[in-house]
Write a protein that binds this ligand. Structure first.
Ligand code: NAD
Length: 461
């Protein structure tokens, strides 16, 4: 602290205006009428998810699917697709601007003050907020750290080299790259690799593990890999990219793959550095995450949510944690203790997972049963020409639903019903007796539950 520096005071300061931070600020403003709530953001309101992550990637994926399905449709309707990558990028920017503008309106209406600048602790109860040459000081009763994460960098593939891009760069491309190598076959690699393949790139995915989407049930990665093969995408598993060559990349078996662009998507690193946490007496774990209690408290007046904390780096987890911290700050008893957090990948086919998968259940020693209902046995999937995929339900010995893994058209929506079932501790009978509308994809959930109950309807017993 500089002697004589003047600090303003707020009841709550939230650092980072992503889906965790802006939700925390809005809810604090709700619960603490008349108290000053300041949201500090160095960039644009909306964070990675709205500006350079979930939202623009889903616009790209939707557009790529339109372009691809127009030319491969077998319903008897022939269309011709022209791809203008620059206009597509402008469209993504419009969608993002609409959503971030909406968030800004909500914050203004709630009376949340938004400060632009980079926040850094100068004391456990004080921040310096730096914006260009200006520094403002802010003292607080409570602070919520929601600074998110950034793409993990690989030293031998430096983003910034003409050819090497991260997910932000892959969403900003103005041209369809002829040859794209994707390093990492996780969520981002699979989603963006598929999209650019559908737009005309020759795509190769290099994954270190023995399968795509290695963190999920292996059947999900298999479905995706089968489809990628149809799309002409080459997948190398158990391989590492060791460096750049003159016109591409070299793998650890010395193979060289030609590439105009190399997308590095090997995970995300929490943004806990640069916050001056040492001034607050807080030391991040080796991974960069902050240890938090069930109420998301790091220490005393400091809370953390979202990608900064252990667990999946997902926007909806951050938003759910935001509710909890706001309640705790308002003096209400609250803990973050979800029964399950759904994961969705907008691959082709889409895949989703929630709760325990069979491998996890075995590893955890949970006595369980599994039934998988194939989409091909359902009617709606046939009517829309998407018969690939399945709904797999996992139940424990008491018939309580404990997990679901899904692949196929629309499963990123269907997984919500499975999540509710797990959260409500629904039994197989509850799901089987729930009337699902016909003909819809959601019937597959009821069918899988009937299967677990021992009397499947549309598959042989
Ligand atoms: P990820 O953890 O999903 O996948 C990274 C992959 O890279 C892993 O499969 C890993 O085995 C592989 N890998 C690591 N080092 C490698 C190397 N040197 N060479 C080759 N492969 C290597 O991470 P991501 O795809 O970067 O996504 C980051 C996070 O963003 C995810 O954890 C996810 O939570 C989030 N995300 C979510 C969605 C969604 O919800 N639809 C979409 C995209 C990203």
């Amino acid at each position: 602290m500089v002697v004589g520096e003047v600090a303003e005071r707020a009841h709550v300061v939230v650092v980072g205006a992503g889906p965790g931070g802006y939700a925390a600020a809005l809810r604090c403003a709700d619960l603490l009428p008349g108290k000053r709530v300041v949201l500090v953001e160095r960039d644009t309101v909306g964070g990675v998810c709205l500006n350079v992550g979930c939202i623009p990637s889903k616009v790209l994926i939707h557009a790529a699917e339109r372009a691809h399905s127009a030319t491969t449709d077998d319903t008897g309707v022939a269309l011709r697709a022209t791809v203008d990558a620059r206009r597509m990028r402008d469209h993504r920017a419009d969608v993002v601007a609409g959503l971030t503008g909406g968030v800004r309106t909500l914050l203004d209406a709630a009376g949340v003050e938004v400060w632009t600048g980079e926040a850094r602790f100068s004391r456990p109860d004080r921040l310096a907020v730096v914006h260009g040459p200006d520094v403002r000081h802010l003292e607080f009763d409570h602070i919520v750290l929601a600074t998110g994460s950034r793409p993990t960098a690989l030293a031998h593939l430096p983003v910034g080299d003409d050819r090497v891009i991260d997910s932000t760069g892959a969403l900003a491309l103005e041209e369809v790259p002829d040859r794209l190598v994707v390093v990492g076959g996780g969520y981002i690699g699979v989603e963006l690799g598929t999209a650019w393949a559908k737009l005309g790139s020759s795509v190769t995915i290099v994954e270190a593990a023995d399968r795509l989407l290695p963190a999920m049930d292996k059947r999900l990665g298999s479905e995706v890999r089968r489809r990628l093969k149809q799309l002409g995408v080459v997948v190398h598993t158990k391989r590492l990219v060791t460096g750049l060559t003159d016109d591409g990349v070299r793998l650890d078996d010395d193979a060289v793959i030609a590439a105009d662009k190399v997308l590095v998507a090997v995970g995300r690193t929490p943004n806990s550095d640069g916050l001056g946490l040492e001034q607050a007496g807080v030391t991040p774990a080796g991974s960069g995450h902050l240890d938090v209690g069930p109420d998301r408290r790091v220490t005393g007046r400091i809370f953390a949510i979202g990608d900064l904390t252990p667990g999946p780096a997902l926007a909806h987890k951050a938003t759910a944690e935001a509710e909890v911290v706001a309640e705790v700050i308002a003096g209400r008893p609250a803990v973050f203790d979800p029964a399950a957090i759904p994961e969705v990948v907008f691959s082709d086919p889409e895949v989703a997972s929630v709760g325990l998968d069979p491998a996890r259940a075995v590893a955890d020693g949970v006595d369980h049963r599994v039934f998988r209902f194939p989409y091909a046995a359902g009617s709606r999937s046939r009517t829309i020409g998407s018969p690939n995929g399945f709904v797999q339900l996992v139940a424990d010995r008491d018939d309580t639903v404990i997990g679901a893994q899904l692949a196929g058209h629309g499963v990123t929506e269907l997984v919500a019903e499975c999540t509710l079932a797990i959260e409500m501790a629904a039994t197989v009978t509850d799901l089987a007796a729930t009337i699902h509308p016909h003909p819809t994809m959601a019937e597959a959930i009821g069918e899988a539950a009937l299967g677990l109950a021992g009397h499947p309807l549309h598959v042989r017993r």
